[in-house]
Design a protein around this ligand. Sequence first.
Ligand code: SF4
Length: 328
Amino acid sequence: MSTRPASPQYVFGPVPSRRLGRSLGVDTVPAKTCNWNCVYCQLGRTHPLTNTRKTHVPAEVILAEVEARLAQLPPASLDWITLVSSGEGTLYRDFGAVLHGIKRLTAIPVAVITNGSLLHLPELREELRAADAVLPTLDAGNEALFRRLNRPHRQLTFAQHVAGIEAFARLKRRGKLWIEVMLVAGLNDTEPALRELAALLVHIRPDAIHLTLPSRCPVEPWVRAPDAAGLARAQAILGEKASIAPPPVAKHATGTKAGEPLIASVALRHPLRMADVERLLPSWSHARIEAHVAQLLVHGTIRVIERGGERFFVRSELRYPGPRPDSD
Ligand code: SF4
C-alpha cells in the first residue's frame, strides 16, 4: 500500500518566513496540539492541553509528502525546510525520524521552531542535534511570568524549561541556537522582566536572539506589542545578539493547491487579512477572491476574528474568546 496521501496535509508552502527566507513548512501535529496556551498564540486557545508525545501518523507519510513536494520545486526556490507546527511539533513522538529522514532527502538546511518545553528530555535533545537551527521560545525570566504568558501544562515548570534549553545549548555539534522572545506590552517588556531574561540568556549563550511581536491576531484580545520605548529597552537590555524579526508577509505560496483549499490550508497556520489572501492568489481578481472567501465563510471552513481593529480569517476549529458572540 502506498504511504503517499492524495493531497498534502503535513507540508505547506514555500512561504516567506520572518527569519528563514523562503521556507517549506512541515507540520507534525494536528491543529492545535500543544502543551502551552500562550496569551499571544495566533492559533487560538489550546483545548485541551496535552503533554504526551504521540504518533498519530507514520513518519513515512510525512516524509513521502516532503519528498513529493521537493520533487516539484527547483532547489534554488528554498532557503530552509522548517519543522513548524500548528501547535508544538515535538509532541509528535517520531519527530526525530522525520527530521533525520528530511536530512537524508536533501541538503537544504532544516530548522526546528519549537516552544522548547520538551528539551528537558535527553532523547529529544539528541534528535534535535541533526537540525541546522533550533529556535526555542524563552519569553519569561521567572516562573510567575512564565505561567502568565505561556500558561503551560500543569506538568511543566519554568525551571525544567530553562534547564532543557541550557542542556541543549551545551551539546556539541549542534546547529545554530536562536532563542525566540515574543514581547508583550506590560508583561515582559518592563525593565525588571527584561533584566531577569537577560541574566538567563547570558548563561545560555545562544547564537542569536529573535525578538518577535504579536502582530497577527493574538488569541487574547488585550495582548499588545510594546511601544517604541519598550522595543528600545528590550534591545538595550538583551544586548547585541538581539534583533527584531520583521513581521511576516503572506505572499504567493507557489503551492499545488488553488483557491479555497489554499486559503483554508494557510488559515490553519496563519490568520489571514484580506490583503494576505490577495497576495496568496496574485492572479485572481478581487471579486473572485471575495466570492471564494464568502463561500468558505458560508461553509463554516473559516470565520472572522477581530483584533486591534483588524479583521482576520481563521479556521473555524480554532478557539478564540470574544468579542464576537459566536466565539468561545
Ligand atoms: S504560541 Fe506556540 S507554544 Fe504557544 S500556545 Fe501557540 S502553538 Fe503553543
